[in-house]
Design a protein around this ligand. Structure first.
Ligand code: ADE
Ligand code: ZN
Length: 329
């Protein structure tokens, strides 16, 4: 079976539909038809922007407010990822989005770690010769206007749980009027605490947002695909061997990029850029990582040698130990 690594995968955008149905039923909410559920959870060709894309997170986020639901979602997602052939995944979520009922950010993180640990225990007991799936959690800070306290709490909690399930931090959410650089203080603190991080940039916002992420010390950029609008920046990313976490279908959905046939992953690889291929939001984009590879094979003639390079770039970029990197190689 082919091996895959996903470094950019949002928990709330990737909840398996069967799990959503199970949780709706457990909560005794009205069960929508399959068609209605699809419309509520996934974008279609009418999606015109990141803002519209992010509207699809309302239902999963409504469900992700109890320890049981978060643990269940992490567990079920990992089962699905293993079936797809993943050997390593970094799963990201924003603890502050899941505190609408009784949970604290710390409870949210503990629930996700419980789901991960339960999966690892059950996997050990399976009698299978398929390679194991290992995973780490990335905690997202959110690009909101008045959440400095919540964002700083997430940074401190990332330190508390670092190497106990959590592997890093991210900055996510709508690329609205507040530029990335306004969140620098949180990543300065992450640097002080020795927490690795990635930053979403160059998706809805252009090359400037990537420059800001670099100024904030990011070594990995979520998406970053719009660097192609700026030759000098592209060269700087290559020279500094910054990792791009590319997500092709998601970029088509949000209109960060509009032509899949000219999706530039191959071009960037051949220029020497450290690109990786990831899924972003499996349920919202109705995709998964094997499908993303297949899409680029069909639309851009991505070859198996190029796929191996993408995989090895992901091994190099993963927020994980040297021993785990040896296992993955
Ligand atoms: N959260 C989930 N998907 C996202 C994306 N593509 N960009 C920013 N934040 C997100
Ligand atoms: Zn993302």
């Amino acid at each position: 079976m082919r091996k895959f690594i996903d470094l950019h995968l949002h928990l709330d955008g990737s909840v398996p539909v069967a799990t959503i149905k199970k949780l709706i039923s457990e909560h005794h909410y009205p069960i929508p038809s399959d068609e209605k559920l699809r419309q509520e959870l996934s974008v279609d060709s009418n999606c015109k922007s990141l803002d519209q894309f992010l509207e699809k997170f309302a239902l999963p986020n409504k469900l992700m407010q109890t320890r049981h639901d978060i643990k269940t979602i992490v567990y079920d997602l990992l089962v699905e990822l293993k079936e797809q052939g993943l050997v390593y995944a970094e799963i990201r979520f924003a603890p502050q989005l899941h505190t609408k009922k009784r949970l604290t950010q710390e409870n949210v993180i503990k629930a996700a770690i419980e789901g991960l640990n339960q999966f690892l225990i059950d996997q050990k007991q399976e009698n299978s010769n398929q390679p194991e799936l290992h995973a780490g959690l990335i905690l997202c800070l959110m690009r909101f206007a008045n959440n400095q306290k919540e964002n700083m709490e997430t940074v401190e909690l990332a330190k508390k749980f670092l190497n106990h399930g959590v592997v890093g931090l991210d900055l996510a959410g709508a690329e609205g009027p507040i530029p990335n650089i306004k969140y620098k203080q949180f990543f300065d603190r992450a640097q002080e605490l020795g927490i690795p991080y990635t930053i979403h940039a160059g998706e809805a916002a252009g090359p400037d947002s990537i420059r800001q992420a670099l100024e904030m010390g990011a070594k990995r950029i979520g998406h970053g695909i719009r660097c192609t609008e700026d030759k000098k920046l592209t060269q700087e990313l290559i020279d500094r061997q910054i990792i791009l976490e590319c997500c092709a279908t998601s970029n088509m959905n949000t209109k960060a990029f509009d032509q899949i046939d000219s999706y530039p992953i191959k071009k960037l690889l051949h220029k020497g850029m450290k690109v990786t291929l990831n899924s972003d939001d499996m349920t919202v984009s109705n995709t998964n990582l094997p499908r993303e590879y297949k899409l680029l094979e069909e639309k851009t003639n991505l070859t198996s040698e190029e796929e191996t390079t993408l995989y090895l770039n992901a091994v190099d970029a993963a927020f994980t130990s040297p021993d785990e990197k040896i296992r993955l190689r």
